[in-house]
Write a protein that binds this ligand. Structure first.
Ligand code: UGA
Length: 436
């Protein structure tokens, strides 16, 4: 199939490249000429393991190209994906749909007969209807379709998630879109017998938000239980194992951590709440999840205070791992940011290290000296805080780390280290959901 993808962010880049990998011809369009020039030289704007090779392979095979020429890309495309950003509107929290609507307006006069416009960006329920109206105001009705096809991939394992999804969700309102979308997915996923959920467009749009809100709630639930575990002297890891092996509950997303971050859960839970409020509905569980998660991220600084004797004023704290999770350079809503800001407000000097996210971290963090080497970062520090459990950080030589530090406090917010090993290396360790 001939596919055009509008938007070269995470979702657009990964999904389009994977469609090419499945044998389709994919053209990316972005109005940022510099970004397109870099992509044409093989430079990707995001860090995602395995993506460079996949892009190169498909470009060399002639199935993948990048252009600023919207008309050339869209005119003979059977499917046009809109995969632009839908960031939270500052001060409102609802999704900013201006990029989606702009893309709809721009492609409208260029679409081929019976082209299917697919909204892949995460968008509030009813956005597909609005996109259809925008396009219809330019063209005669019936000569195009608008479908919803949300994406469920995770950063860091995005290619695996796209090529091996648990399910594909497709929302359509007509036969043309139904046939084209099923043709796009059914063959590549036939062997794995991946369920394809075919539904109405509005349902499909809401499924995406409901899934993210549920996962955010599951994480928040185990995070709150981790706090209780600390007080009653039990271990949240064992608790999660015992609970999660019940198939009705499931063991994934039961890892207690410093609070969820990233470009999706924080933004999507807020946007879902705004949609619900617009319809006079209170989603109380999601409201609590959002509030509890924000509070949790802030209170992680108190764990550091406790570990160094109640006061960080004048002390040096080394933070290892800055991105919102491992295997991404993404700093959006990363728990490291409020933690560092709070420690600085309490008078600490904060140093940081991240194996991949340093460039983005430097843009966001003020007054934090960044180090490529974790041991240099920890030199003369009064405490080390593990905020992101990169593999390279898990493999740190704890005895060597302890040697370069001034004091023995290790605050492990990702339960990356075995307490016994940390203690053997001379540390006093504080973790998540373990007896204090
Ligand atoms: C999330 C969803 O998992 C994807 O299905 C979805 O497609 C994506 O959002 C999106 O809407 O685009 P992502 O944000 O890449 O993916 O990362 P996750 O692996 O889900 O992690 C999100 C946050 O939850 C991270 O801060 C992570 O550390 C935290 N988390 C995750 C926990 O604290 N505990 C867990 O058990 C799992």
């Amino acid at each position: 199939m001939k596919i055009a993808v509008i938007g070269t962010g995470y979702v657009g880049l990964v999904s389009g490249t994977c469609f090419a990998e499945w044998g389709n011809h994919v053209v990316y369009v972005d109005n940022n000429a510099e970004k397109i020039a870099r992509l044409n030289q093989g430079e990707l704007p995001i860090y995602e393991p395995g993506l460079d090779e996949l892009v190169t392979r498909n470009r060399n095979a002639g199935r993948l190209s990048f252009t600023c020429n919207l008309a050339a890309a869209v005119e003979d495309a059977e499917v046009v994906f809109i995969a632009v950003g839908t960031p939270a509107r500052v001060g409102h929290g609802d999704a900013d749909l201006s990029f989606v609507y702009m893309a709809a307006r721009e492609i409208a006069p260029l679409l081929a007969e019976n082209a299917v416009v697919v909204v892949k960006s995460t968008v509030p329920v009813g956005t597909g209807d609005a996109v259809e109206k925008i396009i219809a105001s330019v063209r005669s009705r019936g000569s195009f379709s608008v479908a919803s096809n949300p994406e469920f991939l995770r950063e860091g394992v995005a290619i695996h998630d796209f090529l091996n999804p648990d399910r594909v969700v497709i929302g359509v309102e007509d036969e043309n879109a139904h046939a084209v979308m099923v043709a796009l997915y059914s063959d590549p996923l036939a062997e794995a017998r991946t369920p394809i959920v075919l539904t109405q467009r509005r349902t499909s749009e809401l499924i995406k938000y409901a899934a993210n809100a549920f996962l955010a709630t599951k994480i928040t639930f185990i995070n709150e239980l981790a706090d209780l575990c600390e007080q009653v002297g039990t271990n949240v890891g064992e608790l999660a194992l015992g609970v999660g092996l019940d198939k009705r509950i499931g063991s994934s997303f039961l890892n207690a951590r410093p609070g969820y971050g990233g470009s999706c859960f924080p933004k999507d839970t807020l946007a879902l709440l705004r949609t619900a409020q617009d319809h006079g509905i209170a989603l109380r569980i999601v409201e609590e999840t959002v509030t509890a998660n924000e509070a949790r991220k802030r209170k992680m600084a108190l764990k550091v205070l406790d570990a160094v004797g109640g006061d960080v004023d004048g002390k040096t704290i080394a933070v290892l791992g800055l991105t919102f999770k491992p295997d991404t350079d993404d700093m959006r809503d990363a728990p490291s940011v409020p933690l560092i800001e709070t420690l600085q407000r309490f008078g600490a000097t904060v140093r940081g290290h991240d194996p991949v996210g340093m460039e983005n971290a430097a843009r966001i963090l003020d007054d934090v000296q960044l180090f490529d080497d974790p041991y240099e970062c920890a030199r003369d520090a009064d405490a080390v805080v593990i905020v992101t459990e990169w593999e390279s950080i898990r493999r740190i030589d704890l005895a060597r780390l302890r040697q370069v530090m001034r004091a023995p406090a290790l605050i492990d917010l990702r339960n990356a280290f075995e307490p016994a090993a940390a203690e053997a290396a001379g540390f006093r360790i504080t973790a998540i959901g373990r007896p204090i």
